[in-house]
Write a protein that binds this ligand. Structure first.
Ligand SMILES: [Zn+2]
Length: 376
């Protein structure tokens, strides 16, 4: 099977999150032809599509490639040079929504798996597995998160996992993600007492407290750790909803996000935030939603296997990074060592998203070498 052909085929499925639009069903058929045991998993009231497929060769490790076939919406179509769901090849590049994030990586690991099976004539010491979801770019509640729960419930274990997210900033081989920071979104309501602006002594302006709170919560959390940058807090919204010029408002709502490293967990961050607010006022309401805890891969076997493969194919020694946003690796990290490595991310989620054809071929080779390394 040819990776570019499969990439093209996958881009043509209009799988805007959380829809599979036939993409996962199509891959399931391909894997079944190669004797994979396929579990087509539907979760949630909207029956979000997922797939867990595996093929046992021997007693060795269960090695998994994971990914998502859903894509973000294309945005304004007129700004695209090509139809985002036509998968047009132009000047050695494949254009289309999801080309970088991450359908060509899925095509690469499927083809690498097929090539590996062919070379080994299906004799290898371990289990090959593929985990796919159509729910990563959105809520991600009924995607990989639910598949991991299902795996646990059904006693299916994975020993090593590679997620094909676009990790390279510029050149293929630049960067592997070996972990990610955790993330929490906060919403803070600061309460005051409404009043006339001419009589500020008879009211309590929550905006005054807000300034002091901003100063407190923006104080540094740490200096970073061995593998992580410092924990950071970004204020994303301040909302008073007051259109009247002579009224001191009753409340103000501020939203902020904290990205934290492995010096903290989410409950530690929450308690620090409470402390910092309480330093200013006790009249507040704080709600929060944890998107993920921080995690890091501790398996040298996994790291070395992919680093060696990248070096062999690209001659580049990849940087081991923990930068960037969250991905499904946060759910997978709960059951096994996991790394992320895929294509170049420069155009992901942008108009005219594309991947160079030569890099699709190279990524397939890297995944193929990885399978040889990890099963040896
Ligand atoms: Zn992605």
């Amino acid at each position: 099977m040819d990776t570019i052909e499969l990439s093209t085929k996958l881009i043509k499925f209009k799988s805007i999150t959380p829809n599979s639009s036939g993409s996962i069903e199509y891959i399931k058929k391909l894997l079944e032809k190669k004797k994979f045991q396929c579990h087509f998993l539907e979760f949630g009231k909207d029956k979000i599509k997922n797939l867990y497929a595996s093929l046992k060769g021997g007693k060795g490790p269960v090695v998994c490639f994971a990914g998502h076939t859903d894509v973000v919406p294309p945005g304004e179509i007129s700004k695209w040079k090509t139809d985002p769901f036509k998968a047009v090849i132009k000047n050695g590049k494949l254009y289309g929504r999801g080309s970088s994030d991450m359908k060509t990586a899925i095509a690469s690991f499927i083809v690498a798996t097929m090539n590996f099976l062919e070379e080994k004539q299906s004799v290898f010491n371990g289990t090959l597995s593929i985990l796919l979801t159509a729910d990563e770019e959105g809520e991600a509640e009924f995607g990989t998160k639910s598949v991991i729960k299902w795996l646990k419930k059904n006693n299916k274990k994975i020993d090593f996992c590679i997620v094909g997210e676009p990790t390279n900033p510029k050149n293929l081989g630049d960067m592997i993600k070996i972990g990610r920071r955790g993330s929490i979104n906060f919403s803070l309501e600061i309460l005051g007492t409404q009043g006339h602006v001419a009589y500020p002594e008879k009211a309590k302006n929550p905006i005054d407290d807000l300034f002091l709170i901003c100063k407190e919560i923006k104080k540094p959390f740490d200096k970073g750790s061995k593998r992580f940058q410092p924990t950071s807090l970004v204020i994303t919204s301040i909302d008073v909803s007051n259109n009247i010029s002579n009224v001191i408002p009753e409340k103000v709502i501020m939203k902020f996000n904290v990205r934290f490293n492995d010096n903290f967990n989410s409950s530690k961050i929450k308690s620090i935030i409470h402390q910092r607010i309480k330093f200013v006022t006790s009249k507040y309401k704080l709600t929060s939603k944890v998107s993920g805890e921080s995690f890091i891969n501790h398996s040298d076997v996994l790291t070395n296997a992919i680093v060696k493969s990248i070096k062999k194919v690209t001659n580049i020694k990849p940087q081991l990074s923990t930068s960037g946003g969250t991905s499904d690796a946060r759910f997978i990290s709960k059951i096994c060592p996991v790394l992320e490595f895929g294509s170049i991310g420069k155009t992901m989620h942008k108009t005219n998203e594309m991947v160079e054809l030569k890099n699709i071929e190279k990524l397939t080779e890297i995944y193929f070498e990885f399978l040889k390394n990890i099963f040896d």
